[in-house]
Design a protein around this ligand. Structure first.
Ligand code: FAD
Length: 305
């Protein structure tokens, strides 16, 4: 079912996202890691997508050869396994990074073949060491172009399209207002719903939401939540996702940094407090970033929904 229809029919549900596993994980292990989440009857599961990486291998003559290195099982295989095993819709993330328009067209054809009805249209990030995003020859520079193209190729509107947004602004944008004006371009290009980047201060989300509505964005906005699960994430998450961790949460984690279990509990309780507050605020759903770990999220969903 399309997420736009689910959002009309179902009140305040938990939306879930998983990352395709490394090759060392078997299909059975992947499915076993997702199985506990089925307790909540998720209407769909988002499956992330990761651009191909390349390594340069030295040849005996001193020259180098570029070799493709894929660290994870393909998103298509993961979506097919989940749909077959759990009869749950999947929402593959389609990224512009590292692919041409033709490749995107064939990816979408694969997903249509599987019966997928929803996709997330995202730009993806730069390669490691690259300063600014460079589109593939014949590819897309911005997610809005991808949304327009999916809409143009989808004459019977069979796909429901989600896009990403950043309550604390995307790290490349000069300011939040400009970033929101660009988000509006994605909505105008035909996006049906928005899922936000993770954030740890709900006030940042409420401010973003107000500005988005003021800018004329009327499609549903689903906030993204990730419980912090260890002390290291206090620096890793801001570094990887260009987000802030509030001072109060920072202080609590700092005070318990040598106690793994305490940090885990602090992260879960903070996410629980955020989720309750968001639900009371009236958000249509809360999107949980599992990033391979679901126990803490299961705890939050059990207590809040
Ligand atoms: P865009 O909307 O294209 O925006 C990128 C930047 O360009 C922003 O700063 C924006 O302000 C600016 N911009 C947009 N349009 C214009 C314009 N016309 N002129 C000038 N500037 C412009 N990454 C992955 O690799 N795989 C995933 O599976 C994945 N899943 C994600 C899921 C969610 C919910 C979110 C929020 C992010 C996800 N990401 C994923 C990360 C995302 O790919 C990166 O944050 C990326 O840097 C930006 O993607 P975007 O789709 O928001 O890009």
């Amino acid at each position: 079912m399309k997420i736009s229809d689910i959002l009309h029919r179902q009140k305040q549900f938990a939306s879930l996202e998983i990352v395709p596993p490394q090759w060392s994980i078997s299909r059975a292990e992947l499915l076993d890691s997702i199985r506990p989440l089925m307790e909540f009857n998720p209407p769909y599961i988002n499956v992330t997508n990761h651009r191909d990486e390349y390594v340069f291998e030295a040849r005996p003559d001193g020259s180098y050869v570029r070799k493709l290195q894929r660290r994870r099982v393909s998103q298509t295989a993961v979506c097919a396994s989940i749909m077959e095993e759990f009869k749950v819709d999947t929402v593959p993330h389609i990224i512009c990074a590292g692919v041409s328009r033709e490749q995107v067209f064939y990816e979408l054809s694969d997903f249509r073949y599987l019966g997928v009805e929803n996709v997330m249209a995202l730009r993806g990030d730069c390669l490691v060491g690259e300063k600014r995003f460079t589109p593939e020859p014949g590819g897309y520079a911005y997610a809005s172009e991808l949304v327009s193209d999916i809409r143009a190729s989808d004459s019977n509107s069979s796909l429901c399209i989600g896009v990403g947004a950043y309550p604390e602004k995307h790290f490349e944008a000069p300011n939040l207002e400009t970033d929101i004006a660009r988000l509006k371009q994605k909505a105008d290009a035909g996006a049906d719903f928005i899922i936000t980047q993770m954030f740890f201060d709900n006030e940042a989300f409420y401010r973003f939401e107000r500005l988005a509505r003021k800018a004329g964005i009327s499609i549903p906005i689903i906030p993204g939540i990730k419980p912090i699960s260890n002390y290291r994430q206090l620096s890793l998450l801001p570094e990887s996702f260009a987000i802030d961790i509030p001072l109060e949460l920072t202080r609590e984690l700092e005070a318990h940094k040598s106690d793994r279990q305490a940090c885990y509990e602090i992260g879960r309780e903070w996410a629980e407090m955020q989720t309750r507050d968001l639900l009371a605020h009236g958000v249509p759903a809360v999107h949980f970033y599992t990033m391979g770990k679901s126990e803490n999220i299961i705890g939050v969903i059990r207590k809040c929904f």
